[in-house]
Design a protein around this ligand. Structure first.
Ligand code: ADP
Ligand code: ZN
Length: 722
C-alpha cells in the first residue's frame, strides 16, 4: 500500500508536503474534481503526480507547451517514474512507440498537448484504457478572459465528458476571479473543491533602487552572485544587445535573448542557460515562458515593467527551488515617461487601462511601505505581517515616524492654491520659492504658499509628496501625474489632524540580501567549496545523460549535502530531493565527492534535524507524541502512519524537543539490541559529550554502536532527562 507520505519520501525524496499539497492530494484521492491555484514554485506538479502513482490506472496531463512537457517527463523519469509524452514534436516512429507503451500499460503518466488529445487516434487509445486522472495544467488557457487563451483548451470539456470515471484537476498560477469562475463552469466543477495558496513568495528578496548609473549598479549587484544563474530584463532589443555586450566585456558569461535574433540562436542561448553553460541571460520580456529552470538566483529589471502582473510573473522566475533569491528593480521617472509615450499612441479604452497599470507600477516602485503589500493586494490577498523582513523597505533601517503635519498642510494647500493642475515637482518648486519659467508663466510667485517650504530640501519634499499620495490624501492622475487633494485630504486640513511619516527617504542597505531568511542557519551556511565540487559533478553527470543539471538534483539538494556532509546511504537519503531511484543512480558518485572532501578537510558529518514546517504533515509529531503518551506502541504507530520506526522515533524526538513530556521510556528501550552495560555507557557519553551531535559519540565507540541504536538511546535519554 502506497500512501502520499511514503511516495513523497521514497520517490521524490521530500520529508514534508508544502502548504495545501496534502489537502489537494486527499481531495483527488477521494475522486473529487479539484481546482488548484498556486504561485509559481508552490509545488503544483506534485499534487497530480502523487495521486497518479497511487491510482491503478493512467493519468493524462494536458500541457500547452512542448518544452515544459519534455522537461516534466525528464524529471519524472529521473525519479524512476514511468512517464511519456505524445505531441507533434515526435517522429512517427517515436510516436508509435509511445502509443504502444501506453497501450501495454507501461506508463503511469502521459503528457499530451490539448490538440493531440483531441485526435481520434489518441481518443481511441485512451478509451481502451482505464483513465483515473485527467490533469489540466496552465488551466487559465481555458478562459477567454485569461492572458493566454487557447481555443483547443475549450474543447477539453468534451474530453472530460467522455471519461466520466476519471477525476479531473485544473491547475494554474494565475487566475483572476473571473478566470477562476470560467474554469470551474467550463469543466463543471463545484465550488467546494477550490484550493488556493498564498501568492507570497517568501524566498524572494525584493528591492527597488533609484536608477542612476544602471550599468554600474548592475555590475555592483552581480559581484554578489558569482557563478550563479540570473535573468536581466530590458525594455528594448537594443538595450538587451548593449547590456549583454557590456557584461561580456567585463568577463561575465552572458547571452542575449529577444525576438530580433534568429530562432536557432535564441534557442541555443536559452538551452545554454538551462544547462548552466551560461550564467546570465539578458532578455526582453519574451524570455521565460517555456522554461522551468529552478535555480535562477536573481532577476534584475533594468527597465520599468509595464504593469504589476508582468513584474510579478518575471520576478517569479527566480527561486522556484525555494532557495533565497534576489529581485532588483531599477526605477526612474524617465522610464515611466518612456512607457507613457508608447501608451499615448494607443486608443481608449486600451489607453486608459494601460495608464492605470503603469500608475500602479510607479506607485509600487515609489512606495515606502512593505513591497509585499501592494504586490499581494494585486492578487486580492492581504499581507498582514508588519515587517516581511525580505524586502528593501522592511530590511532597511526604517527610522521611526515623526509628526509631519505642518509640511503635509503646506503641501496640500499649495496643491489646492495652484489649481490642482500640476505634478509634484512643480508644487515643490513653489514651496521652495524657486525662480523658473513655469513659475513666472503661471504667476505662482504671487501665491501665498510661494517659498513657505524652505526648511526642507527638494528630495525631502518629494518624499513627503509620495507619502501623501500613498495615504490617499492626494490623488495622482495617471497620465501626467497631476496632483489633486482628495476628500480625505480636505478633511485632514479642516480637522487639523496629525499626520505621521518620514522626512527623509530611508537609506537602503546595499547588501540587504544578507538578511534573507533561510530554512535553517546550517543550510544558509553551506560549504561553498564543496558546493562547487558537487555542482561540477552534477554538470558532468547531466552532460553525460543529455539533460539539464537540475534534472539530476536541485541546488537545494546540493546545498544540503554541502551543509550536512552526509557520508552514509542513510544520511544521504535524508537530503531533500534524494529519492530512492536517484540515490541508486547517483548516490555513489556524490558520496565519493563528499567523503574525499571531508577527509581532506577533516570535516565531520552533521546531524540533520527533521524538517520543520507549518502544515499538517509538519505537525504530525504532536499527534504521534500524544498517541504514544496515551499508550500506543511504536509498532502500532508505524502501522497507523505507514512509516518506519525511524520516522516515529524522529517524531517523538521532535515532540520532546518542543517541550512536551513523554511517558516512560520502557517501550523505547525495548527497541534497543544493546546489552544494559552498553546502554549505560552510551548514556554516560551523552552526559559528558551532550546529545546534539551523534557523530562524536559514534566515533567514541569505534563504530561498534550504530546510528539507529544511538537514535533510540538518545530518545530514552532525553525522555528520562525531563
Ligand atoms: P509549480 O509548478 O507550482 O511552479 P513545481 O511543481 O515545479 O511548482 O515545484 C517547484 C519546486 O518545488 C520543484 O523543484 C519541486 O521539486 C519542489 N517541491 C515540490 N513539492 C515539494 C515538497 N513537498 N518539498 C520540497 N520540495 C518540493
Ligand atoms: Zn516587506
Amino acid at each position: 500500500m502506497f500512501t502520499p507520505e511514503s511516495i513523497l519520501k521514497s520517490t521524490f525524496g521530500y520529508d514534508t508536503f508544502k502548504p495545501l499539497q496534502r489537502e489537494i492530494i486527499a481531495n483527488v484521492q477521494a475522486r473529487r474534481d479539484t481546482l488548484v491555484i498556486m504561485a509559481t514554485g508552490g509545488g503544483k506538479s506534485l499534487t497530480y503526480q502523487v495521486p497518479a502513482l497511487i491510482f491503478n490506472g493512467l493519468t493524462v496531463v494536458v500541457s500547452p507547451l512542448i518544452a515544459l512537457m519534455k522537461d516534466q517527463v525528464e524529471q519524472l523519469r529521473a525519479l524512476g517514474v514511468p512517464a511519456l509524452f505524445i505531441n507533434s514534436s515526435l517522429s512517427p516512429e517515436a510516436y508509435q512507440e509511445n502509443m504502444d507503451a501506453v497501450r501495454r500499460g507501461d506508463v503511469k503518466l502521459l503528457y499530451v498537448a490539448p490538440e493531440t488529445l483531441l485526435t481520434p487516434r489518441i481518443f481511441s487509445l485512451l478509451s481502451a484504457l482505464k483513465l483515473d486522472l485527467l490533469a489540466i495544467d496552465e488551466a487559465h488557457c481555458i478562459s477567454e478572459w485569461g492572458h493566454d487563451f487557447r481555443p483547443e483548451y475549450r474543447q477539453l470539456a468534451e474530453v472530460r465528458k467522455k471519461f466520466p470515471s476519471a477525476v479531473c484537476m485544473a491547475l494554474t498560477a494565475t487566475a483572476t476571479p473571473r478566470v477562476r469562475a470560467d474554469i470551474m463552469s467550463t469543466l463543471g466543477f463545484s465550488q467546494a473543491n477550490e484550493f488556493q495558496s498564498s501568492f507570497n513568495r517568501e524566498n524572494l528578496f525584493i528591492e527597488v533602487l533609484p536608477k542612476q548609473n544602471p550599468v554600474a549598479q548592475t555590475l555592483r549587484f552581480l559581484q554578489n552572485f558569482k557563478d550563479q544563474s540570473g535573468i536581466i530584463y530590458c525594455f528594448s532589443r537594443r538595450q538587451v544587445d548593449e547590456l549583454a555586450d557590456a557584461l561580456a566585456q567585463k568577463g561575465f558569461s552572458v547571452r542575449p535573448y529577444h525576438a530580433g535574433l534568429e530562432d536557432s540562436e535564441r534557442h541555443r542561448n536559452q538551452e545554454a542557460f538551462i544547462r548552466d553553460d551560461v550564467q546570465i541571460i539578458v532578455a526582453t520580456i519574451a524570455f521565460g515562458m517555456g522554461i522551468n529552470k529552478p535555480n535562477v538566483r536573481f532577476v534584475i529589471h533594468f527597465d520599468l515593467p509595464k504593469n504589476i502582473e508582468s513584474y510579478y510573473q518575471e520576478i517569479g522566475r527566480a527561486g522556484r527551488d525555494g532557495l533565497p533569491s534576489h529581485c532588483l528593480l531599477l526605477y526612474s521617472y524617465g522610464d515611466a515617461s518612456k512607457i507613457r509615450y508608447f501608451i499615448d499612441q494607443k486608443e481608449d479604452p486600451e489607453r486608459s487601462a494601460a495608464y492605470q497599470h503603469l500608475d500602479a507600477m510607479t506607485r509600487y516602485a515609489e512606495g515606502s511601505g512593505c513591497r509585499r503589500k501592494p504586490l499581494l493586494a494585486y492578487f486580492g490577498e492581504t499581507f498582514t505581517s508588519e515587517n516581511c523582513g525580505t524586502c528593501d523597505n522592511c530590511g532597511s533601517e526604517q527610522t521611526t515616524q515623526v509628526d509631519i503635519t505642518i509640511p503635509a498642510q503646506k503641501f496640500l494647500s499649495c496643491v489646492k492654491r495652484s489649481g490642482e493642475k500640476f505634478g509634484a515637482a512643480h508644487v515643490v518648486d513653489i514651496l521652495l520659492g524657486s525662480k523658473n519659467e513655469k513659475i513666472e508663466k503661471y504667476k505662482h510667485h504671487e501665491l501665498s504658499t510661494y517659498g513657505i517650504g524652505r526648511e526642507l530640501t527638494k528630495s525631502q519634499w518629494m518624499h513627503i509628496a509620495r507619502q501623501l499620495v500613498e495615504r490617499g490624501l492626494l490623488d495622482q492622475e495617471p497620465a501626467y501625474r497631476v496632483l489633486s487633494v482628495t476628500a480625505k485630504g480636505l478633511e485632514m486640513l479642516k480637522a487639523r489632524e496629525q499626520v505621521r511619516g518620514l522626512i527623509n527617504e530611508p537609506k537602503r542597505s546595499e547588501r540587504a540580501d544578507s538578511k534573507i531568511k533561510s530554512a535553517s542557519a546550517e543550510e544558509a551556511e553551506y560549504d561553498k567549496s564543496l558546493f562547487t565540487l558537487l555542482r561540477n559533478k552534477r554538470k558532468e553527470l547531466a552532460d553525460a545523460a543529455g539533460v539539464p543539471p537540475y534534472i539530476i538534483f536541485s541546488d537545494k539538494t546540493l546545498a544540503q549535502m554541502a551543509a550536512y556532509f552526509p557520508q552514509t546511504k542513510e544520511s544521504l537519503l535524508n537530503m531533500s530531493g534524494m529519492g530512492r531511484v536517484k540515490y541508486e543512480r547517483y548516490g555513489a558518485d556524490f558520496l565519493t565527492v563528499i567523503k574525499a572532501y571531508c577527509r581532506e578537510n577533516r570535516i565531520e558529518e552533521k546531524f540533520k534535524a527533521p524538517a520543520r514546517d507549518k502544515d499538517d504533515a509538519g505537525r504530525r509529531y504532536m499527534a504521534v507524541g500524544e498517541a504514544y503518551n496515551e499508550g500506543d506502541s511504536i509498532q502500532n504507530l508505524m502501522k497507523r502512519y505507514d512509516v518506519t520506526a525511524d520516522t516515529i522515533l524522529n517524531h517523538l524526538a521532535r515532540f520532546i524537543m518542543a517541550g512536551n513530556p513523554l511517558r516512560s521510556a520502557e517501550d523505547l528501550i525495548a527497541l534497543s539490541n544493546l546489552s544494559p552495560d552498553q546502554q549505560m555507557a552510551v548514556f554516560k557519553a551523552f552526559d559528558t559529550m551532550g546529545s546534539d551531535m551523534l557523530k562524536p559519540i559514534y566515533d567514541k565507540f569505534n563504530n561498534t554502536v550504530n546510528y539507529d541504536e544511538l537514535r533510540i538511546l538518545r530518545l530514552c535519554y532525553l525522555c528520562e532527562e525531563r
